[in-house]
Design a protein around this ligand. Structure first.
Ligand code: NAP
Length: 287
């Protein structure tokens, strides 16, 4: 393998350590520690794992965290009423409603009901709008986590050609805004893109957020490129793999993120950063 590995697990541990010491300082000054409430509706097994990881991370840094598990048949009205209660609570800085939600609930209505200053997922239209305007506040966790990883390469991103595969609201689109804000020239590809390999071959930075196991092939990758693999795909044998054919791509790329242990831990670490920022906003009275 020639590529250097961008170790998300290690970078996330550094971030947690930094946040833990900031929380210790708050405690020492007699100030309130940041509080995150995670709401899970139903029993989706993948969501249960994500929620467990987020709560564990909160405990590691000394945040106050609560998990609220609601039955799968919860109505939209009841969920919105719970969000109203959490919006009003002074000890709650961040509210995270784990997606996906059961079919009877409109995810957009839920996202928009959370106060923008408590929207630690960064999905509220206000927070997306601030990112569009290059004045971000709470930024979507996965793309922001990717930017933190890119910074760790020490490579100047200005003027680099970036190709994102995937245009979802939670990854591809905010990733486009982040890379554009970093002064990259960004191409966003999706399922209707013509001749995808030829577009990927031009990229200095490739971000794969497709949800198709081992989709990105080694011969699509420009030698030395940075390959960020956002995908988390569970194979029939229970193992996880990303959206890139990692072993083969690593022979060509300059940098690569592993799956697991790459972007996944960075998403959780960024959620902690956002919760701390939300607590600072509330303490400053801008919440
Ligand atoms: P999504 O909403 O399903 O979006 C997938 C995107 O990939 C869509 O834009 C789709 O295009 C595009 N696509 C699908 N097949 C394609 C093809 N053959 N060629 C080109 N583009 C294609 O998925 P997502 O929520 O963004 O998640 C993507 C992956 O990232 C999943 O594996 C997910 O589990 C993972 N993920 C990881 C993290 C993390 O923390 N590591 C966080 C979020 C998601 P169209 O728009 O044209 O349909």
């Amino acid at each position: 393998m020639s590529a250097q590995v961008l170790d998300g697990k290690a970078i996330a541990a550094d971030i947690r350590e930094r946040i833990r010491s900031q929380v210790d300082d708050l405690r020492a000054k007699g100030r309130r520690v940041p509080g995150l409430v995670v709401v899970l509706v139903g029993q989706n097994p993948a969501s249960q794992v994500y929620v467990r990881n987020k709560r564990k991370a909160c405990e590691q840094v000394g945040f106050h965290s609560e998990l609220m598990v609601l039955p799968a048949e919860t109505s939209q009205q009841d969920l919105l009423a719970l969000i109203d209660e959490l919006n009003a609570r002074a000890d709650v800085d961040g509210i995270l409603v784990q997606l996906p939600l059961p079919g009877q609930i409109d995810e957009d209505a839920v996202t928009e009901r959370i106060l923008a200053t408590k929207d630690v997922d960064g999905f509220h239209p206000y927070n997306i709008g601030r990112l569009v305007l290059r004045r971000p506040v709470l930024r979507p966790c996965t793309p922001k986590g990717v930017m933190t990883m890119l910074a760790r390469t020490g490579i100047d991103l200005v003027g680099k050609d970036a190709v994102i595969i995937g245009q979802s609201n939670i990854v591809g689109r905010p990733m486009f805004l982040e890379l554009l804000m970093a002064r990259c020239t960004v191409t966003v590809c999706h399922s209707k893109t013509k001749d995808l390999p030829s577009k990927v071959r031009c990229a200095d930075i490739i971000v794969a957020a497709v949800g198709v196991p081992r989709f990105v092939q080694a011969d699509w990758v420009k030698p030395g490129a940075i390959v960020i693999d956002v995908g988390i795909n569970r194979l029939d044998d229970g193992t996880l793999c990303g959206d890139a054919d990692t072993a083969a791509v690593a022979e060509v790329a300059g940098w690569i993120t592993p799956v697991p242990g790459g972007v996944g831990p960075m998403t959780v670490a960024t959620l902690l950063e956002n919760t701390l920022l939300a607590a600072e906003l509330h303490a400053a009275g801008s919440g």
